[in-house]
Design a protein around this ligand. Structure first.
Ligand code: HEC
Ligand code: HEC
Ligand code: HEC
Ligand code: HEC
Length: 329
């Protein structure tokens, strides 16, 4: 019972968090080694990614040391410090015991796993064939209720990426000189070095998402970028680099959503644009921006379950293709 309540609480916080750091509940983190036995192919891909490498490389990087120095941060890896929430995974029963064990890892994206790891991958009999469709649905629903961020929860996935990738921390940007977020487009950022869609081919093939899924992911990515850029702008206390970069993010996401809206007339896309129209971005009013962001979140969430991607082929011309996928390594 306690763990279910915890999962519901943390599940809710994931969606609505506006904190500068997307920190997991470290007491529920089991660490990537707990996934390898059953997901070694996914693990091999992750081990080549920027997310993995930041664990070893961040504290060796001159750029990181410059940022830390400008902020008066002595220890980049300090468990209660500014950097760990976005660059590392912490584990530990209590705050005193919490320590970084990896970079951005499986659970940073799929949710802290203590309450769902057993439930999600255990068939009632020997193998997948032994399970009825109703049992399968039940198993996946149990894992989701216990906090697993599953592939079909596209809005939760996107919100989670954006919580780190908009870098909603004014001091980090203005005083530290840290990048003010990434030029993040969800299809290309998922299909590049992050892609690990191998499970159903037993590690043989790392499949791209279907054209239909990409259309949904594209619109959700733009809507969520707009939502999180508004949330970030709402946190701005003063004029400066942070404010102008976040304003530019809002404008860029709006331009792209307008293009999507021009390609396919869809009520949800127009509703996202309507929620963000008429806001004063140069002198942001935090309450108004948050109201707009909450309204967009609601529409995006609904879009994921109601949109008919088969009628949205005209989006394909806007969606980045292979050759434009995000590949740092
Ligand atoms: C004991 C084996 C086992 C372990 C350990 C394990 N998994 Fe799985 N996982 C599975 C199986 C089996 C499936 C396929 C479930 C199905 O039939 O949909 C799966 C599916 C998944 C999915 C897709 C779920 C969906 O709804 O489609 C994700 C994401 C996932 N695992 C993540 C993880 C992560 C992260 C860890 C470590 C914290 C982990 N797994 C540990 C066996 C395991
Ligand atoms: C809110 C999340 C967040 C926090 C907190 C954070 N970072 Fe980052 N950091 C990011 C993201 C996202 C990127 C990737 C930006 C990009 O796409 O260029 C990044 C990139 C970097 C880079 C590479 C920059 C470059 O110019 O290539 C360094 C170095 C870095 N961070 C250092 C730090 C240090 C040091 C701290 C703590 C003082 C810190 N970060 C805190 C999210 C964060
Ligand atoms: C950067 C975020 C991120 C990280 C890190 C990450 N995943 Fe995923 N994972 C996703 C997303 C998003 C999907 C859904 C597929 C998609 O949209 O590309 C997914 C899909 C999956 C699936 C189902 C698809 C398949 O065929 O395998 C499994 C299983 C999985 N992840 C396991 C893992 C494991 C194990 C790790 C760590 C070794 C891991 N993931 C690390 C974001 C992540
Ligand atoms: C816990 C915070 C966090 C989450 C969640 C997260 N990222 Fe990242 N990501 C980072 C940081 C920090 C970096 C930069 C690390 C560095 O350069 O040291 C990064 C780097 C990347 C890169 C490498 C390319 C580049 O230019 O930096 C890709 C691609 C990426 N992230 C995609 C994703 C996607 C897609 C998701 C969601 C499915 C996601 N990330 C979720 C923190 C996060």
């Amino acid at each position: 019972m306690r763990s279910l309540v915890m999962a519901l609480l943390t599940g809710g916080m994931w969606l609505f968090t506006t904190s500068a750091t997307a920190q997991l509940d470290h007491s529920l983190v089991v660490g990537p080694d707990a996934c390898v036995d059953c997901h070694s192919a996914e693990n091999d891909i992750w081990a080549e990614s920027t997310h993995f490498k930041t664990y070893e490389e961040l504290s060796q990087s001159d750029r990181a040391l410059e940022i830390a120095e400008a902020l008066g941060v002595d220890d980049i890896e300090a468990p209660d410090g500014t950097c760990v929430g976005c660059h590392f995974t912490l584990t530990g029963e209590t705050a005193d015991e919490a320590e970084p064990i990896a970079g951005i890892s499986c659970e940073s994206c799929h949710g802290a796993a203590a309450d769902w790891i057993d439930a999600h991958g255990q068939y009632p009999g020997e193998d997948a064939e032994s399970e009825s469709p109703a049992q399968k649905q039940q198993r996946l629903a149990t894992a989701e209720a216990a906090g697993q961020i599953r592939p079909q929860l596209i809005h939760k996935i996107a919100a989670n990426c954006m919580d780190c990738h908009t870098v909603p921390n004014e001091e980090l940007v203005n005083t530290g000189g840290h990048p003010a977020g990434s030029k993040f487009e969800l299809v290309s950022w998922l299909e590049g070095e992050v892609r690990h869609n191998l499970f159903w081919s037993n590690g043989e093939e790392n499949k791209e998402a279907s054209p239909e899924r990409k259309r949904i992911v594209y619109v959700v990515g733009l809507g969520t970028d707009l939502e999180y850029s508004l949330r970030a702008l709402a946190k701005s206390a003063a004029a400066g680099t942070y404010r102008s970069e976040m304003k530019s993010r809002v404008e860029a996401a709006t331009v792209k959503l307008k293009a999507a809206s021009g390609a396919v007339s869809d009520g949800s896309i127009s509703a996202m644009l309507a929620a963000a129209s008429g806001l004063n971005l140069a002198e942001p009013n935090a309450a108004k921006l948050k109201t707009a962001a909450n309204a967009i979140a609601k529409v995006v969430k609904k879009f994921v379950v109601t949109a008919d991607a088969s009628t949205m082929g005209k989006l394909d011309g806007l969606i980045p293709e292979e050759g434009h996928y995000s590949q740092k390594y």
